[in-house]
Design a binder for this molecule. Structure first.
Ligand SMILES: [Zn+2]
Length: 108
């Protein structure tokens, strides 16, 4: 992902509209790219900060943004974990089927 694409996805990120692939690319880009970190911070400040201030709530952009990133990372890794479990159980089912088939054919 380049900076241009990253910038075009910031709003989707803040609205939680990125799919797994994009979210994963988004999160790794932000770790490498300081410019985009700043850009995300500014957009987050505008998007979330104004809303919070209007509601009279406190807002700590750095802490809240860090929390959001943490939450998204966790969400991403748990989603990947679920997928891995599904793949593993599919492999086991297929292997069991092949073994049963082999035994049936072999003993006929
Ligand atoms: Zn960048």
């Amino acid at each position: 992902m380049d900076c241009k694409e990253f910038n075009s996805l910031i709003l989707d990120f803040l609205h939680d509209r990125l799919d797994e692939m994009k979210l994963s690319e988004f999160l790794s880009h932000i770790e490498e790219c300081e410019d985009c970190r700043d850009e995300l911070r500014i957009q987050y400040l505008i998007y979330e900060g104004l809303e919070r201030l209007e509601a009279g709530a406190t807002f700590d952009v750095d802490k809240d943004l860090a929390d959001l990133m943490q939450l998204q990372r966790k969400r991403l890794s748990s989603r990947q974990g679920i997928k891995m479990t599904a793949i593993a159980s599919e492999i086991i089912t297929t292997a069991a089927f092949v073994i049963v088939l082999f035994v049936v054919l072999f003993y006929q």
